[in-house]
Design a protein around this ligand. Structure first.
Ligand SMILES: NC(=O)c1ccc[n+]([C@@H]2O[C@H](COP(=O)([O-])OP(=O)(O)OC[C@H]3O[C@@H](n4cnc5c(N)ncnc54)[C@H](O)[C@@H]3O)[C@@H](O)[C@H]2O)c1
Length: 319
C-alpha cells in the first residue's frame, strides 16, 4: 500500500544526489505521489534535471528570494492541473565565512540573506502552496501537508552554526504560526530535525567531519541517521497517517538531542573530535576582545585599569 495519494508534491531544495531533498523526492515518488522539483539556478539544473527525469518528475528553476521566479514556479504548477497536496521546503543558506567565524560578528548583509533564504522562503512557499491546497480541500476534502527541514542548533548552540541557528529558530516559529493559521483549512505544517548529514551545504561548515562524528557518538543508536530515514519521516508527516500531527518539530537524530552525555562506549571518540574542533577554530577570536577598547597608546579610552582587568576576566576561552 502506498502512503501518498496520486497528487502533486513540490520538493524544493535539490542541489545534487546528496541533497536531503533528493532522498525525499525519491521516497515521495515511491509512495505514489507525482513530484515536481524546484532548483535554485541553471548551474544546479545540470545535475537536478537528470535526477528529476529518473523518477518521471518535472524540474523547474526557482530562486525563492526572487518573487518573479516564485510566481513563475506556481504558474507552471497551476498549468499542470494536478492537485498540489504535499510540499517540502529543504532550503537554507548562510555565508560560509560567517559560519566559520564568531556568532557575534554577523554582518547586516549575512543576517538579511540568511533569514530571507532560510526562513522567509518557507513563509513564501507555504503561502503559495496553501492557496492551491485550500481550493483542493474545498472541492475534495483532501488535506494538504507541508514539511520543512531544521537543525538542533536552533535550540542548543553548536560550533559553526552561528546566525543560521537564529534563522532555524525563526523557521520553527514560522512553521507553528503557519500551522495555527492553516489548521482550520485542513492544512498541516511540521519540521523534521535530522542529525548532521554530509551534503553540499554541510561541506561549507568548517570541521564538519568532526561534528558528524560527534553526532555519531551522541546518538543513542551509535550513528547518525541515513538520508532514507529522514525521507521516510518526511513522507509519514506528509501522509494521512500523520493527520493528527501539526505544528511539531520531529527529531530524527538517533536520540542525540536527548542524550545528556554520550553513551560511554562513544565517549573516547567524542573527546578526540571535540579536541579536533577546538584545534580547527584556533585563531578565531571573539569580536569583543579588549583590543577594540584600546587606543594606539595601549590605554583604554577614558577608562582605568580596573576596566581592563574586568575585560580580561570576561574574555572567552581562546582569546
Ligand atoms: N546537512 C545537514 O547536516 C542538515 C541537518 C539538518 C538540517 N538540514 C537542512 O536540510 C535542508 C537541506 O540541506 P542539505 O543538507 O540537503 O543541503 P543542500 O545543499 O543539498 O540543499 C540546500 C538547498 O538550498 C537551496 N537554496 C539555497 N538558496 C536558495 C534560494 N535562494 N532559492 C532556492 N533554493 C535555495 C540550494 O540550492 C540547495 O538545493 C536545509 O534546510 C538544511 O538547513 C541539513
Amino acid at each position: 500500500m502506498e502512503l501518498l495519494e496520486d497528487n502533486l508534491a513540490l520538493i524544493a531544495g535539490v542541489a545534487n544526489d546528496k541533497s536531503i531533498a533528493w532522498a525525499i523526492a525519491q521516497a515521495v515518488h515511491l509512495q505514489g505521489a507525482r513530484v515536481v522539483m524546484s532548483y535554485q539556478n541553471d548551474a544546479l539544473g545540470k545535475r537536478v534535471i537528470p535526477l528529476a527525469e529518473s523518477i518521471g518528475a518535472r524540474a523547474i528553476p526557482c530562486d525563492f528570494t526572487k518573487s518573479e521566479e516564485v510566481d513563475a514556479l506556481f504558474m507552471r504548477i497551476a498549468e499542470m492541473e494536478i492537485p498540489l497536496r504535499y510540499a517540502v521546503h529543504s532550503i537554507a543558506f548562510s555565508k560560509k565565512e560567517e559560519l566559520n567565524g564568531n556568532f557575534l560578528d554577523v554582518s547586516d548583509e549575512n543576517f538579511d540573506v540568511t533569514m530571507r533564504v532560510s526562513c522567509l522562503s518557507f513563509i513564501t512557499m507555504v503561502k503559495h502552496c496553501a492557496s492551491f491546497m485550500l481550493d483542493n480541500y474545498k472541492v475534495s476534502g483532501e488535506r494538504g501537508s507541508i514539511v520543512g527541514l531544521t537543525y538542533g542548533a536552533s535550540e542548543r548552540p553548536h560550533p559553526h552554526y552561528n546566525i543560521m541557528s537564529v534563522a532555524k529558530a525563526a523557521l520553527g516559529s514560522a512553521m507553528r504560526n503557519a500551522a495555527f493559521q492553516l489548521g482550520p483549512d485542513g492544512i498541516r505544517t511540521n519540521l523534521v530535525s535530522p542529525s548532521p548529514e554530509d551534503t553540499l551545504s554541510a561541506r561549507g561548515i568548517k570541521g564538519f567531519r568532526h561534528i558528524g562524528r560527534w553526532a555519531d557518538g551522541m546518538s543513542m543508536l551509535g550513528r547518525r541517521v541515513t538520508l532514507e530515514e529522514i525521507a521516510e519521516t518526511v513522507v509519514f508527516l506528509l501522509s494521512g497517517w500523520a493527520s493528527g500531527i501539526t505544528a511539531q518539530t520531529i527529531m530524527v537524530d538517533g536520540g542525540a538531542s536527548v542524550s545528556g552525555m554520550p553513551p560511554l562506549r562513544h565517549a573516547r571518540i567524542i573527546g578526540q573530535d571535540m579536541m579536533a574542533i577546538a584545534d580547527e577554530v584556533e585563531g578565531v577570536r571573539p569580536s569583543t576582545s579588549r583590543g577594540q577598547y584600546l587606543d594606539h597608546s595601549g590605554e583604554v579610552e577614558g577608562e582605568g585599569d580596573d576596566v581592563v582587568d574586568e575585560l580580561k576576566g570576561s574574555s572567552t576561552p581562546g582569546a
